[in-house]
Ligand binder design. Sequence first.
Ligand code: A3P
Length: 345
Amino acid sequence: MLFKQQALLRQKLIVLGSLAIGSLLYLVARVGSLDRLQPLCPIDSRFGPRSQDEIPLRALQFKRGLLHEFRKGNATKEQIRLHNLVQQLPKAIIIGVRKGGTRALLEMLNLHPSVVKASQEIHFFDNDENYAKGIEWYRKKMPFSYPHQITIEKSPAYFITEEVPERIYKMNSSIKLLIIVREPTTRAISDYTQVLEGKERKNKTYYKFEKLAIDPNTCEVNTKYKAVRTSIYTKHLERWLKYFPIEQFHIVDGDRLITEPLPELQLVEKFLNLPPRISQYNLYFNATRGFYCLRFNIVFNKCLAGSKGRIHPEVDTSVITKLRKFFHPFNQKFYQITGRTFNWP
Ligand code: A3P
């Protein structure tokens, strides 16, 4: 009797175990097949040929823990050998502009299976101490990737730092450069808001934006104020053009990236010679955040940190008008040079 009961129990356990394994296999296969719905297309040969036996990135992404380790640069020797992983110098850099939407752009491009982002701002070219460590130091800061993928980093300080264009040119004179811009006055206020928040966090007081942006002696726009200077896009771009032809730059509309990201991302895919792989599925509007968030697959999605999308302080309308008037001629020049016109006032 006892023997019979034990046998029955064993049988039940076997059936339950098989069901659990079956369900697990089904789930894995389903996520995998979703990733394979859109086969990886070969990308432009300038980014290197694809190896025959590579694993589609999205399949790997399912193994989030593993990929996270890769991206932190923590792949084991075995993983590096098995997946043929490499740390590559960037083929494209988001050089600015600070508060233009650089983080959103990087994260959204990272949705593309052929793109791997450097998570941190590396500040190699704008920081003398880092630059002195040499190009190998820079490369070692890059995430692990498959050889056919391209690495992208963003350090918005590059755009405004004098020495950077020459230094990047010395590394790779044919690198692709991405600049994301927003309406200059809004960008300057966003820049101010970030600094203000930093001061408040340290319980410090800070000037009002109006006081910094307008010179009290002349009542004119204070061009010594960094947030104003950074928004004079054409001045900075002209320095870059001494080293790189305009064809090597792509200008992203940061205001449009907020409201309608997909068409902006598709333009970048084209510029980078990548097959169009980012779709509306990858981007969903989150009403609570008031921004688009990212969907990598059915199990993994994320919004940008709360430090992106701050509420700006109210600024005196006469100051806004003065700033817009000030930026106007610089904007015209910027449109002329880049061939991209914006609806900035
Ligand atoms: P605000 O904080 O002024 O709204 P950067 O990453 O270069 O610092 O830019 C920050 C800006 O990115 C934010 O400025 C925000 O408006 C913008 N942004 C664009 N797309 C976003 C998104 N999907 N989520 C959050 N912020 C986004």
